[in-house]
Design a protein around this ligand. Sequence first.
Ligand code: FAD
Length: 307
Amino acid sequence: MSVFRRSSPAALGNALNVSFEFFPPRSGDMESQLWESVMRLAPFNPDFVSVTYGAGGTTRKPTLATIERILGETKLAPAAHLTCVNASRDTVDAVAREFWAAGVRHFVALRGDSPDGIGSSYRPHPDGYANAAELVAGLKAFADFEVTVSAYPEKHPDSPDFMTDIDMLKRKVDNGATRAITQFFFDNDSYERYVERVRRAGIYIPIVPGILPVHNFAQLTKFAGLCGASIPDWLATRFEGLDKDPQTRSLVAAAVAADQVMDLVDRGVQDFHFYTMNRAQLVYAICHLLGLRATKGAGNLSSIAAA
Ligand code: FAD
């Protein structure tokens, strides 16, 4: 892989669609960081911005508050993540109704992880949705939400094999999901192989790569193990010796992520979802390298303020 491509960044930028993921803030400082990031990235006119949902429904209010602010103060199209963790169907349905009333028309529908932590065995609520496929059906029965779901190029750790994993994706699609965003990955070959398997299984929705810029390699390695995402040796080599050098790390991270995305573009991918971690700088740099340019207008908070 190389960052130097035949296609010009400008040509790339015109053909690419991006979306950005944020998480709800847990403090005043985090709130400012979130909104600075939203403001910085909004001018790239993302297809949508998504807001995550905490384990056990613990962030229902902050997720809703963040979405309401996005709807009230920007022209961005928000998508609310929603999980089934520790909640009956009635509770989840009530949350969906509340989000609908607030103006949410797009959900990222997920099963979620055990409240004991990622990797602990998942037990559905006795009266709850057992998995994301059931949740998708529940949401679609209530209203014609746009529904995005998860996908796992290296398979979900709970899945005994790829076919079980892809079978779950198929159930989600059969129940009404129209887009999947992948777990983060660094090996583009595994993504390509996965998409081939998915297509062979008769699933034709977009499988949008979830791109995670590496802010902290040491933390990433711990987290990736729990999520079933592999860390290739070449990635470890690139961050070797940089644990105490955040400035160089972020330069390397931007190059690595841009390289990954450009390689995916070369393989025909045009839609990308960025896990921003509420930090705009790296994602901004990557989008810029890809030829995307900030435009005034849609999605731009300052344009609203100026109006
Ligand atoms: P599902 O699609 O229901 O299942 C995932 C896989 O596990 C399936 O492929 C299936 O084969 C296997 N599986 C499920 N149940 C069983 C079982 N009983 N036995 C055997 N195999 C089984 N988490 C949050 O808490 N909040 C978020 O906002 C959030 N956002 C996310 C966004 C994206 C794009 C992604 C990829 C993940 C996100 N997660 C989030 C993490 C997600 O909740 C976990 O990965 C969770 O473990 C699985 O949820 P899911 O919807 O993918 O589950």
